[in-house]
Design a protein around this ligand. Structure first.
Ligand SMILES: [Zn+2]
Length: 343
């Protein structure tokens, strides 16, 4: 069963005081889409853990220094953490609520739960900004990592992470880079997009060696080439045989969404939804990016795929050159990943 949960407080109250794409309007768009669709169960929630409890959960993911610095900054009211990332008066507490909801959902979820939460989280590393990048990319705390922690506490041993936001989830990748968790991250080629990390040769270390899978796409990649990589991703997930999944869902790869250059449409997002449904394990999906058309159209097609509604969407096509470049790299990434499973 698919359920969508909208965290009312954080998603509507964390807001910029200037023109910024990461704002509460995003959630209003998603809520309107849900109301129109009718077939997916959804509702608003207000999870308000005590501050101590949410700080405890944050401390399982982020350094004490980072959490304390954020709490200090939040007392100042309006603060720009960096060129991309803002905090308004109660943002840090709100972000901690979103983080806690991800954790708690993983402790309880049996089917598929999609959490509509803000701010996003996948760029937040252990100490915030990570791997030499210029900003926190709108993120304060790592919601996907909190879901992983929740699944672990529940005793799950083979957790998989799938991040299909168009930007590389550098924070999540850093947090689990040395851990035995499968992480598949599909993103626009790092040469061409923030945060400029997530190259195909970043394959993990220690226990994580070979379990970090970065698939990359040239600007203007269409559904045809992207969906070919999704076949690879699906096979890797099948081979890994996860007992639970955490998904970082970003809809900013949708054609014309505004912050990136892929040419994906409903076909790719529908396929992503089906792929997750077919995995058939407890799944927590957290909202990452998506700023305009992706939120309207990509989100809808994704939910249709998740819920198993029969649809046939037309595919956009990539130029021969782009298809060839993507295929060359992602096929090699795929073959390398399968070797890790002894094939
Ligand atoms: Zn993004």
């Amino acid at each position: 069963m698919v359920e969508v949960v909208i965290q009312e407080n954080s998603s509507l109250k964390h807001k910029p005081w200037f023109n910024h794409p990461e704002n509460p309007e995003r959630v209003r768009v998603l809520a309107a889409t849900l109301a129109r669709m009718g077939f997916v169960k959804y509702g608003f929630t207000r999870v308000e853990p005590g501050l101590d409890e949410s700080i405890r959960v944050a401390g399982l993911i982020h350094s004490r220094d980072y959490i304390e610095r954020m709490l200090e900054d939040s007392k100042k009211g309006r603060v720009l953490l960096d060129e991309d990332t803002y905090i308004s008066s109660d943002s840090v507490e709100l972000a901690l609520e979103a983080l806690y909801l991800s954790y708690k959902t993983a402790l309880e979820a049996s089917g598929i739960r999609f959490l509509v939460i803000r701010p996003p989280g996948h760029h937040a590393g252990r100490r915030g900004r990570t791997r030499g990048v210029s900003s926190n990319g709108f993120c304060l705390f790592n919601n996907a990592a909190a879901a992983v922690v929740g699944f672990r506490e529940r005793g799950f041993k083979r957790i998989g992470i799938l991040d299909f936001d168009v930007h590389h989830g550098n924070g999540t990748m850093e947090i689990f880079y040395r851990e035995g968790i499968l992480q598949i991250d599909l993103h626009q080629h790092p040469d061409t997009l923030y945060p400029h990390t997530g190259y195909p040769d970043e394959i993990g270390e220690g226990e994580g060696f070979g379990l970090k899978v970065n698939m990359v796409f040239q600007p203007y990649t269409g559904d045809d080439s992207y969906m070919r990589a999704l076949d690879y991703a699906e096979n890797i997930i099948e081979e890994y045989n996860p007992d639970s999944l955490v998904v970082s869902a970003g809809f900013d790869g949708f054609s014309g969404d505004g912050l990136a250059d892929l040419n994906l449409t409903e076909a790719s997002y529908y396929r992503l939804g089906s792929l997750i449904r077919e995995a058939g394990v407890p799944t927590v999906i957290v909202l990452e990016g998506g700023y305009s058309r992706g939120l309207e159209n990509g989100f809808k097609a994704f939910l249709e795929g998740l819920a198993g509604v029969a649809r046939r969407y037309p595919q956009t096509t990539s130029s021969r050159n782009i298809s060839r470049l993507n295929e060359m790299v992602n096929r090699a990434v795929y073959e390398h990943a399968l070797k890790r499973f002894g094939r």
